[in-house]
Design a protein around this ligand. Structure first.
Ligand code: SF4
Ligand code: SF4
Length: 299
């Protein structure tokens, strides 16, 4: 009988957007390409495709909330449905505005003529692709659709399947920012979380909220302070705050190389430079990958 190899999952998150999380996970994925696959679970603002130029190999429809559809043949225009819809999704013409319909089914239940059906709605797609660093699983929501933990769960399920197929022992997950349902979904079942923050008041505030969430879900995590030198006082406060439960493992100085790499559709580790500051940042990024692979939760 074949023994199942454990696939470890590391989720990289940030309390807020714009901390450089995606640039950091892109470099980790590049460094660990021989043993990992990449999952972009930041379904609201996926940006790893900009760096890795994925070529789709498989695509699936994502069905989000159902939507209401009114059968005009059966409708007697009593307006019960319009009056009961608290999202004002039913127009005067007694047709449903798909962008406003939240799929709550209230209209379906109140209609005396059974003229309303709740039907599946394709809210986006998720796919698996080939890239220069191997397999990547990612998603795209249709315009107007809100991000959803369910779509993140689909991305994670597919990445697990791909990791098994490719015999990879690690999945690197780019989680959604914030503390809502999508981020919880990107953390559920993770072996380890890496939290990227920056030393601003809002960054610090959001970091505290995300660390509370990790505690609640009993997920071990570590913190990386990006651009730590833009405010060393707050950086020190963050280090002090985190030292008990979620230690800071690396502090990355501010450097334009992150933007330059994005523009050139490369990871920071792929940038060729003799600048000592850039070489130092690349060393830090490699350190973080080594930290992951040598962590006792990652076998
Ligand atoms: S509740 Fe039913 S019958 Fe009444 S207007 Fe709406 S769809 Fe038509
Ligand atoms: S399903 Fe809910 S949101 Fe959609 S039209 Fe009916 S009552 Fe409104």
């Amino acid at each position: 009988m074949t023994k199942n190899v454990k696939i470890n999952q590391v989720t990289v998150i940030s309390g807020k957007g714009g901390t450089g999380k995606s640039s950091i996970i892109a470099s980790l994925a590049y460094q660990l390409k021989e043993i990992s696959i990449l999952a972009d679970a930041d379904v609201d603002a996926p940006d790893l495709y900009l760096i890795f130029d994925p070529k789709e190999t498989e695509q699936f429809s994502y069905y989000g909330l159902k939507k209401a559809v009114i059968d005009k043949e059966l409708c007697v225009e009593c307006n019960e449905c319009r009056d009961s819809c608290r999202f004002e999704a039913i127009k005067e013409s007694l047709t449903v505005n798909d962008f406003k319909c939240e799929g709550c089914s209230m209209c379906f239940h109140v209609c005396p003529e059974n003229a309303i059906k709740m039907v599946d709605r394709v809210s986006g797609i998720y796919m698996s692709s080939n890239t220069r660093i191997g397999k990547m699983v990612h998603a795209r929501l249709n315009p107007g659709e809100e991000s959803s933990g369910l779509l993140v769960a689909e991305v994670r399920k597919l990445s697990k399947k791909e990791a098994e197929k490719e015999k990879m022992k690690l999945i690197l997950i780019d989680g959604s920012p914030g503390i809502g349902c999508p981020v919880i979904s990107s953390l559920t079942g993770a072996d380890l979380a890496l939290v990227v923050t920056e030393p601003t008041l809002s960054g610090y505030h959001d970091l505290k909220r995300i660390l509370e969430l990790l505690k609640q879900f009993n997920i071990g995590g570590y913190v990386i302070i990006n651009r730590f030198d833009i405010n060393e006082r707050i950086s020190n406060d963050i280090e002090e705050y985190c030292k008990e439960d979620f230690p800071v493992i690396e502090k990355i100085p501010f450097n334009n190389i992150f933007t330059q790499a994005m523009i050139q559709k490369k990871t920071v580790l792929e940038m060729v430079s003799e600048d000592v500051d850039v070489i130092e940042i690349q060393r830090i990024l490699r350190n973080i990958s080594n930290f992951i692979t040598s962590h006792d939760k990652i076998l």
